[in-house]
Design a protein around this ligand. Structure first.
Ligand SMILES: Nc1nc2c(ncn2[C@@H]2O[C@H](COP(=O)(O)OP(=O)(O)OP(=O)(O)O)[C@@H](O)[C@H]2O)c(=O)[nH]1
Ligand SMILES: [Mg+2]
Length: 319
């Protein structure tokens, strides 16, 4: 917008041109990409969990500023795939980083750079034209000495692979440290241009997908081992309840929670259905906050046998 005002009113004091573009966050599973995306947007657009492979599709979060529109593309963690789902997720990441204006490579401050990070960095080195910003996440978990060592190691990693980071930025999304600074450093790397999304849009996620994700997030809490990977959620139907007074609406949401094996059912449902009930209550509150309307959530558990490896099932579940 300031681009236009500059060109029509050249006498105005020179203002930096408006910029708009895409930055994607890549990194190993659990590096803190989604938490950082949410912190920058200022609202939850992507679910997070203390488990690898929480994010399963790209999620766009939009940061509106006077001088720029920064569109963040949160991607699934890049990992060694063990299933067809894993392969699909990695493909999504590679397509995304080829399309964005700047890449933010997330490395947790509290973990030494490992083979997984090196593997990603090597691939990034092959994308010559796109500026790469190293984002050191979770700085609240380390002291300044450990952080300094991590910064040096990351600088070294770039040099080894024959490129320079455009920036190396330590942040804490949880502690709200340097999050704004990161946006300030990403913006100059975007092309000049007008806003790409309407003001006020914080994401382009369809409502139905966000609702399914909120249910999955609640279901992920407290489950371990292979079970988190086995959970998928699909919202089958959303309908306003009939015969309700206008001032007391109720939205009926029917959702299925899929698992891979009948033996997983018991854990998800819990003794006397207690766990599933908790998942329902927790996610319903978040869905109501998201939609601003009371919700009746009808949640069913179903088995989709080995869906992570089955192309037909994957399609049905939206992958
Ligand atoms: N202490 C601390 N924890 C963080 C921070 N950022 C993220 N975490 C935690 O790290 C875990 C993983 O965060 P996510 O944002 O889901 O990580 P991700 O990189 O999106 O993970 P995938 O989607 O699985 O690739 C969660 O438990 C977060 O709460 C941070 O700045 N400080
Ligand atoms: Mg994520």
């Amino acid at each position: 917008m300031s681009v236009r005002s500059q060109s029509t009113e050249p006498s105005e004091s020179p203002k930096a041109a408006h910029r708009a573009g895409f930055a994607c966050f890549v990194g190993r599973p659990n590096a803190g990409k989604s938490t950082l995306t949410n912190a920058l947007v200022g609202q939850k657009v992507a679910i997070t969990a203390n488990q690898p492979q929480t994010t399963r599709h790209t999620v766009r979060g939009i940061v509106h500023r006077e001088d720029a529109q920064l569109i963040l593309v949160d991607t699934p963690g890049l990992h060694k795939p063990r299933t067809l789902l894993g392969e699909r997720l990695n493909d999504v990441v590679r397509t995304t980083w080829a399309e964005v204006d700047v890449i933010g490579f997330c490395l947790p401050a509290n973990e030494k750079i490992g083979p997984g990070d090196r593997f990603i960095a090597k691939e990034l080195a092959g994308i010559r034209k796109t500026p790469k910003v190293a984002v050191v996440t979770k700085t609240d978990l380390v002291d300044s000495k450990a952080l300094a060592e991590q910064l040096i190691a990351i600088d070294q990693l770039g040099k080894e692979l024959g490129f320079e980071w455009a920036e190396i930025v330590p942040v804490s999304a949880v502690g709200d440290k340097q999050v704004k600074l990161l946006a300030d450093l990403l913006v100059p790397l975007l092309p000049e241009g007008p806003a790409l999304y309407p003001e006020g849009d914080l994401t382009d996620e369809p409502e139905q997908v966000m609702i399914a994700e909120l249910i999955r997030e609640a279901a992920l809490e407290g489950v371990r081992d292979e079970l988190p990977h086995s959970i998928a959620v699909v919202v089958e139907e959303m309908l306003p309840r009939e015969d309700r007074p206008a001032d007391k609406p109720l939205l009926d949401i029917h959702a299925n929670l899929f698992i891979e094996r009948p033996s997983q059912k018991g854990i998800i449902i819990g003794p006397k259905g207690k766990r599933l009930k908790e998942v329902g209550i927790k996610s319903r509150k978040q869905i109501e906050a998201l939609l601003g309307t009371p919700v009746f959530l009808d949640l069913h558990v179903k088995v989709a046998k080995d869906w992570q490896r089955d192309p037909k099932q994957l399609r049905r579940l939206g992958f």
